[in-house]
Design a protein around this ligand. Structure first.
Ligand code: FES
Length: 127
């Protein structure tokens, strides 16, 4: 039930969306969960076997990084794991920041994530 004090507070804060939609905060939260989150700032060094199928976690919610544990089903249902099969036995660097453009392999995007973290921290100091 929307009370008059709720409406006045919403108008005072400029929350016109609050007046048009019943649950705007819920909608924005749902949208934000559909973005991958960084599981770690550095890539994972992993030995992979030729011909074996792997599922790389693309959402960042898995507890078995860098591989999928099925957590995306509840936490990010629109993000699916990337399945890949290596051609040969090798050691690879798999992305854990989930910002790579060369999934599932690290392309150095974690440096940008680390830089953004530093900028946020510095901005926080000067607030
Ligand atoms: S848990 Fe992240 S893609 Fe499956």
């Amino acid at each position: 039930m929307i009370t008059s004090s709720f409406l006045v507070t919403a108008m005072w804060r400029g929350c016109t969306l609050t007046l048009r939609r019943p649950f705007p905060m819920v909608q924005s939260c749902l949208l934000s969960t559909q973005q991958p989150i960084s599981a770690a700032r550095l890539p994972c060094r992993v030995k992979v076997s030729a011909g074996k199928r792997y599922a790389w976690c693309a959402c960042g919610h898995s507890k078995k990084q860098p591989f999928c544990d099925g957590a995306h089903v509840k936490k990010a249902p629109t993000i699916l794991p990337l399945r890949f099969t290596p051609d040969k036995d090798q050691t690879v660097m798999l992305c854990a920041c989930k910002q790579t453009k060369n999934s599932p392999y690290c392309d150095g995007s974690h440096f940008r994530v680390i830089f953004q973290d530093i900028v946020k921290k510095v901005k926080g100091v000067f607030k």
